[in-house]
Design a protein. Sequence first.
Length: 251
Amino acid sequence: EFQTFQHYFKRINLRMAHTSRNSMLPGGIPKLSRSAVYRKRALYKRKKVATAAVTKETPLTKTKTVSGEKNGGTRVVPVQKTPRFYPTEDCKKPLRNRKTAKPTKLRGSISPGSVVILLAGAHRGKRVIVLKQMPSGLLLVTGPYKINGVPLRRVDQAYVIATSTKVELPALPAISDEMFKRKGKPTKNEKEMFVDNAGDNSYKISDEKVALQKQVDALVVPAVKKVDMLQSYLRSRFTLTKGQFPHEMKF
């Protein structure tokens, strides 16, 4: 009996040796904070020994050979030549930015053909279909316009709720980020400084965008009609009533 008891405790000790002090809660949140782990591990009792980084001393001057009999043959000159002229006022030198732009990762719950709910903008609360992810990282979505009035738009994936509903999309035309860029307003001269021309410079949808929207709708609407009740689902708005919490819902 003692041997089996001893063997049982050995198994427990082996099992406990590999368990972490800080377990993870649902949602990827650690159970203990950093300060709590610091206290549990008694890190404040340990002596911190800092190793000095090895730095190579770069010479500030160098020896240069000089031609001519009366010039001494060699001359000590600075490695980095100082400028001849200096600014009259102190100028702040901009810091070097070493950050490189990385491509935006698409959420695992979103893919081309997924139905998402918009949370911001003029069409918030409406359900739209994701067509693809643009090179800028934004999602290209549409209602389609013929069903719920949402045109081709670019939306940040942080402002959508992904649902489990999906649509099989056909091959779509090429759409780039440059198609959504608006032209800048023309600058006014001295004569037009106090003239209000807001009506002339108001934004108007180009004929190219209207033709592209009709082309996309002609491809997406038949795919929506193949799924039962999806057309009425896209037309309805997403709303919450008292006692309903979106984080507890399954979309």
